[in-house]
Design a protein around this ligand. Structure first.
Ligand SMILES: Cc1ncc(COP(=O)(O)O)c(C=O)c1O
Length: 395
């Protein structure tokens, strides 16, 4: 990349804008000495739950762990089938494998690229236990249809909202609609930290307590509660005597080391108040791309009526994708492909023996879409340059 290239995403500009605030909070935590969980994490969890309109939030190590822990807390066990989209980042499917369950891929729709509810219906079997929709690119999946299918078949819904912090579906926040919602705070996400971080949202106290237990090695009172829940045993937790020892050294269920650390929580809490402005700026850039990109060879994103998109990425499609990418590159504009291989074609999943012609839309997405630069700090001049360059493409 040349110095003048416009990147797809950029984290330095956001840091520069609020450096004073972020440095202060990070230093305060460094001096304070509480580095993992603690008050900063509690406060951010409360603020994030309130922002999303959810009862509980559990900060975890990253978005991938959020999915694993949420799946387990929703009762997914080895041999269960979980239906998810064929078009997402690997972590979505990997999480299903990590709990010993079987991912069953459903094609996406050709316009929103989110999981197609009609395809979900076709994949439900006696072993299906959950649906894992992904709010891909920053737009929610068709949650009413998905929740109706789940209700009809008694399935859990775990939302992968890693790319959609702040997006809404019929006015409800991404991640707050299903049994649990999972977020990633990877630095380039709409709300990103300065390292790894993730969050689980839920309105269900049992799921909340299970998640809290699992993130700390399955230890302590929440873990004992979870042990009771999983084994059908009534346990009076308040009567348990730890003999003066730390409850964290008493382990009741299999767990993980997956905690949000305090510096990341402090940074995220500081950034949360800017999230709506940043998402609005992303939408403003998207509106400019929508109205001013007039190259007939390019199809622009479709936003379903019930959705407020947050444009984690701005995804366009064209029959000659690789030529367009090369042209953009030669004109100093970096593009990306999200994602070049649909799950059913990933070698890691070859043992699933997916029927290869069942995913025409995911295949189209993998072969024909690209993402243009999208981050709130893009300047008007850069947006002008991207638009005029795209319009000037005549292969
Ligand atoms: C759709 C989706 N799910 C899950 C994840 C995993 O998040 P993390 O990188 O924080 O583990 C990502 C991250 O890129 C993602 O895009």
């Amino acid at each position: 990349m040349n110095a003048v290239d416009i990147p797809v995403m950029n984290v330095n500009r956001q840091y520069a804008q609020i450096q004073g605030e972020l440095d202060t909070v990070a230093l305060e935590i460094l001096h304070g000495g509480q580095y993992i969980l603690g008050e900063k994490v509690d406060n951010f969890e409360k603020a994030f739950a309130a922002y999303c309109g959810s009862r509980y939030a559990i900060g975890v190590g990253n978005g991938s762990d959020a999915l694993v822990i949420a799946l387990k807390a929703c009762g997914i066990r080895p041999g269960d089938e979980v239906i998810t989209t064929d078009m997402s980042f690997i972590a979505t499917a990997e999480a299903i494998i990590a709990v010993g369950a079987i991912p069953v891929f459903a094609d996406c729709t050709p316009d929103t690229y989110t999981i197609d509810p009609c395809e979900i219906e076709k994949k439900v079997t006696e072993r299906t236990r959950a649906i894992l929709p992904v709010h891909i690119y920053g737009q929610c999946a068709d949650m009413d249809a998905i929740c109706n299918i789940a209700k009809k078949h008694g399935l859990a819904v775990i939302e992968d909202a890693a790319q959609a912090t702040g997006a809404t579906y019929k006015g409800r926040c991404a991640g707050s609609i299903g049994n649990a919602g999972c977020f990633s705070f990877f630095p380039t996400k709409n709300l990103g930290c300065c390292g790894d971080g993730g969050m689980i949202l839920t309105n269900d106290e049992n799921i909340y307590r299970q998640c809290k237990a699992m993130r700390v090695h399955g230890s302590g009172k929440d873990a004992l509660f979870t042990y009771g829940l999983w084994n059908g045993k009534e346990i009076d937790i308040d009567k348990i005597d730890f003999g003066g020892n730390l409850p964290k050294y008493y382990n009741y269920i299999d767990g993980y080391n997956s905690r949000l650390d305090a510096i990341q929580a402090g940074i995220l809490h500081t950034k949360l108040k800017y999230l709506d402005d940043w998402n609005n700026r992303r939408r403003e850039i998207a509106r400019r791309y929508d109205s001013e990109i007039i190259n007939p060879l390019i199809t622009k994103p479709f936003v379903a009526e019930e959705n407020e998109h947050v444009f984690y990425v701005y995804t366009i499609s064209t029959q000659r994708r690789d030529e367009l990418r090369a042209y953009l590159k030669s004109n100093g504009i970096v593009s990306g492909v999200y994602f070049p291989v649909p799950f059913h074609k990933q070698m890691v999943f070859e043992n699933l023996k997916c029927v290869s012609d069942a995913y025409p839309n995911a295949e189209f997405t993998a072969e024909h879409t690209l993402v243009l630069p999208m981050f709130p700090e893009l300047t008007q001049d850069e947006v002008d340059r991207i638009i005029s360059t795209v319009n000037g493409w005549k292969p």
